[in-house]
Design a binder for this molecule. Structure first.
Ligand SMILES: [Fe+2]
Ligand SMILES: [Fe+2]
Length: 344
């Protein structure tokens, strides 16, 4: 139930505004207490409209990212160099489809409509992660996406397992387990390539050079320029700021790069003894702005592909709807038949 319908109902019943406000305050206090106790908000619970809107936006963007994220690597399934690599990549891309589906379902528990969310994605009204607008010209990109992009996703998403909204937090538990597998498969692929020829090692380094900065941008703008963060943190939807998560990712990735034998393309990257963390350079935030606003290398291609897939799938959705209606008729008919049988 939301604040607004309750208000309309109060007016119908002719209650005074003070009673209405008192009721809303009571609901708000209950909500705040649940958040303070670190307990979960569930779909049946009252929640402020801003909380619901923020969650729908965040979960939808996350779902869109999983679905669009199938494309950069999906392009390599037919060209992967062995049956084993094809099978691994196929499984990974399928997992991402699954992540998208859990998340759309979580958004539906907040009253969002799946068809409407898809429409918002293809019309550009809702965003997805900027990272998926970069091209994947070599097979090393499959490994680097697993290592960097799934690695960044883990940094972002592990804290979301404790997010205040129950269905989102629970979806995240399974998603994080699968993202760990993705991250390791990427790293294992790169280790294999680094043990290969000089050309293969050069291919890995080239891919690292292209993906490093866009991966740092995945965490979003710096904290000072992240307008929605404060509310999300207060509501415990988000647990850590963009800059904090970016720092964690850098600290986690540097030793992995050393072990792999690649150089991260940042001359300012160094260990800071005093902070006990790495210092690193500033990403080109104007590039992030450009990519987010639709002007990245592959935005048109990604959204075009998603739109075509949605249109090509229209007959499946129609068939599923007709089948569901038939099944519902059969169940209702069966129940009616049973009642008649019992009466006779
Ligand atoms: Fe995923
Ligand atoms: Fe993944």
């Amino acid at each position: 139930m939301t604040a607004r319908p309750a208000r309309a109902a109060d007016q119908d019943e002719g209650r005074d505004p003070q009673g209405r406000d008192a009721e809303e305050q009571r609901l708000q206090a209950g909500f705040d207490a649940t958040i303070d106790r670190d307990q979960r908000i569930e779909p049946r619970d009252w929640m402020p409209e801003g909380y619901r809107r923020t969650l729908v936006r965040q979960i939808a963007q996350h779902a869109h990212s999983e679905i669009i994220g199938m494309q950069p690597e999906g392009a390599w399934i037919t060209r992967a160099p062995s049956l084993r690599r094809k099978a691994i990549l196929f499984a990974k891309v399928q997992d991402e489809a699954g992540h998208g589906l859990y998340l759309y379902s979580a958004a539906e528990t907040l009253g969002a409509d799946r068809a409407d969310l898809t429409e918002r994605l293809v019309s550009g009204r809702q965003k997805y992660s900027s990272i998926f607008n970069y091209p994947t010209p070599t097979f090393a990109d499959v490994g680097v996406i697993g290592w960097f992009v799934d690695g960044a996703a883990i940094c972002n998403q592990v804290p979301l397992c404790r997010s205040s909204y129950g269905p989102y937090a629970r979806a995240m538990v399974r998603i994080c387990k699968e993202e760990s597998f993705h991250q390791r498969q990427g790293y294992e692929l790169l280790l294999t390539m680094m043990r290969g020829t000089r050309e293969q090692r050069a291919m890995v380094q080239d891919s690292v050079d292209r993906w490093w900065w866009p991966s740092l941008m995945m965490f979003g703008p710096p904290d000072g320029d992240s307008p929605n963060s404060a509310a999300s943190m207060a509501w415990k939807i988000k647990r850590h700021s963009n800059d904090e998560l970016r720092q964690r990712f850098v600290d986690m990735t540097v030793p992995q790069a050393e072990k792999l034998g690649v150089t991260l393309p940042d001359p300012d990257l160094r260990w800071n003894e005093e902070r006990g963390r790495h210092d690193f350079g500033t990403p080109d935030w104007s590039e992030l702005q450009r990519v987010i606003s639709g002007d990245g290398p592959c935005n048109t291609e990604r959204v075009g592909r998603r739109t075509a897939a949605h249109e090509e799938g229209a007959w499946v959705r129609e068939a599923a709807a007709v089948h569901a209606a038939k099944q519902a008729g059969r169940v209702a008919g069966g129940a009616a038949g049973k009642r008649e049988g019992a009466a006779a």
